[in-house]
Design a protein around this ligand. Structure first.
Ligand code: HEC
Ligand code: HEC
Length: 198
């Protein structure tokens, strides 16, 4: 009996000690959500931007997010503004924000697109891009294409093609193949396909 009481007391003390630690942990630094407030003006409060040259980052894979931010920090990725913004954050803070945005649902805004061009893009995507950009390019470990803002995709593809942004491994070959197949309409067709997804 005596022994049971002591056990109960020990368990209670342990719980109290754990509880006492929690607020301390919360004070250690702002959470990913609090850090993400800074991004809301351009990327939307929950990572779904109101476009069209600000990409939506809701649902982004956390590793792709951190890689993108580090590439901006190191000026390895062409940017109008993100290189300066990214430099303000530590690795730990980037991880916290990455998890916050990964958990947000991507809200897609209908975009004006050419249905015939989008249909050609769908075929090109299936053949050349789906292997890495799964489910029609929905958020995954190669970023977000489906429903992404078309002007942003347009800039981004131009950056790849002009060498301002490094190609992800093995992607160039596939983009070249799509262009060889469809001519100069290939890139607009793909972008209209991504923009057509809601
Ligand atoms: C003043 C507007 C602005 C603010 C504020 C801003 N961004 Fe951006 N963000 C952009 C633009 C524009 C791009 C496209 C690259 C460029 O031109 O710099 C971008 C691109 C990105 C990308 C790449 C998306 C992809 O699909 O690869 C990520 C990730 C990102 N921003 C994260 C953030 C985070 C996190 C914050 C807050 C700490 C933030 N941004 C604040 C404008 C902004
Ligand atoms: C072998 C895999 C692979 C293939 C095939 C591939 N990609 Fe990618 N792509 C990636 C990866 C990985 C990224 C992630 C970002 C990075 O590393 O910069 C990416 C990023 C992108 C981005 C930039 C997204 C952003 O938010 O900035 C676009 C646009 C894109 N791919 C379009 C395409 C198109 C169109 C095709 C087909 C013609 C294609 N990709 C085929 C692997 C691939």
């Amino acid at each position: 009996m005596q022994r049971d009481d002591t056990m109960t007391k020990n368990v209670r003390n342990l719980l109290l000690a754990v509880l006492a630690l929690l607020p301390g942990a919360a004070l250690a630094g702002p959470s990913g959500e609090a850090l993400a407030f800074t991004c809301a003006g351009c990327h939307g409060t929950d990572g779904s931007s109101v476009g069209p040259s600000m990409p939506s980052i809701a649902g982004m894979d956390p590793e792709v997010f951190v890689d993108a931010m580090k590439a901006y920090q190191a000026d390895k990725r062409n940017a109008t503004i993100m290189n300066r913004i990214a430099r303000g954050y530590s690795d730990e803070q980037l991880k916290d924000m990455g998890w916050f945005f990964a958990k947000q649902r991507l809200h897609l805004t209908p975009q004006k697109h050419d249905a015939a061009l989008a249909a050609r893009g769908a075929r090109l995507h299936e053949k050349h891009c789906e292997k890495c950009h799964e489910n029609g390019g929905r958020p995954g470990d190669a970023g977000t294409l489906a429903g992404q803002w078309m002007p942003y995709l347009d800039h981004t593809m131009a950056d790849f093609l002009s060498g301002k942004r490094d190609w992800p491994r093995k992607m160039k070959r596939k983009v070249d193949a799509a262009i060889a197949e469809e001519g100069k309409q290939a890139i607009p067709a793909l972008i209209h396909y991504y923009g057509s997804q809601q």
